[in-house]
Design a binder for this molecule. Structure first.
Ligand code: HEC
Length: 163
């Protein structure tokens, strides 16, 4: 009857509302060619930081001492140190502390993530899982920690500005 229909349709509306929210993900694109980045399942660990980042582009590890410590270890492990220096001020590769970047979008954590995940056309290979080799690379969560370490060397820039 009438009332039942109303109940059903408002229930449906509520469901659609919820699912829209849950899937309101940010689109990630490669710095090399702007094509969409698709994350293999091995790249995903399901941490809160990963979920927040994929939904909003915000890196909640920035300013988190424990995450920065882990990020620093990964920064060394993946040889970022050799090219960008131990405190990301630059060596063979450019400095990563900003505020000026070769790729302007690197001022945001989403942009810097895209640059490191899939690499650049100007001399840096991507480090994301599956980019160098099908079974190797950083996970989303690890890269967020690496970026948190990079940002910890910046004066004012957190990369989460406006989020
Ligand atoms: C073999 C040397 C090398 C290694 C290792 C390396 N990079 Fe790079 N990186 C470069 C070079 C060279 C560039 C400049 C590329 C360009 O302008 O296209 C660059 C560019 C970047 C940029 C963009 C900077 C800008 O100005 O927009 C970021 C961010 C970055 N690297 C982060 C990292 C991180 C984090 C790691 C470790 C996971 C890493 N890189 C490992 C050489 C390296």
């Amino acid at each position: 009857m009438f009332s039942k229909k109303v109940v059903v349709s408002s229930l449906l509306a509520a469901l659609v509302g919820i699912s829209t929210l849950a899937y309101a993900n940010v689109k990630f694109v490669k710095t090399t060619d702007n094509s969409e980045i698709k994350f293999p399942k091995e790249a995903l660990e399901g941490t809160d930081a990963e979920k927040e980042f994929l939904a909003t582009g915000k890196n909640i590890y920035v300013g988190d001492a424990e995450a920065i410590k882990m990020g620093k270890k990964r920064y060394n492990l993946w040889s970022c140190t050799q090219c960008h220096g131990p405190t990301a001020k630059g060596q063979v590769g450019p400095g990563l502390t900003g505020p000026k970047y070769n790729y302007a979008k690197d001022t945001t954590n989403k942009g810097m993530f895209e640059t490191i995940w899939a690499g650049t056309n100007g001399g840096m290979g991507g480090k994301g899982f599956g980019i160098m080799a099908a079974d190797d690379g950083v996970t989303v969560d690890e890269l967020l920690k690496i970026i948190a370490f990079v940002r910890s060397n910046s004066k004012d820039l957190t990369g989460n500005e406006g989020l």
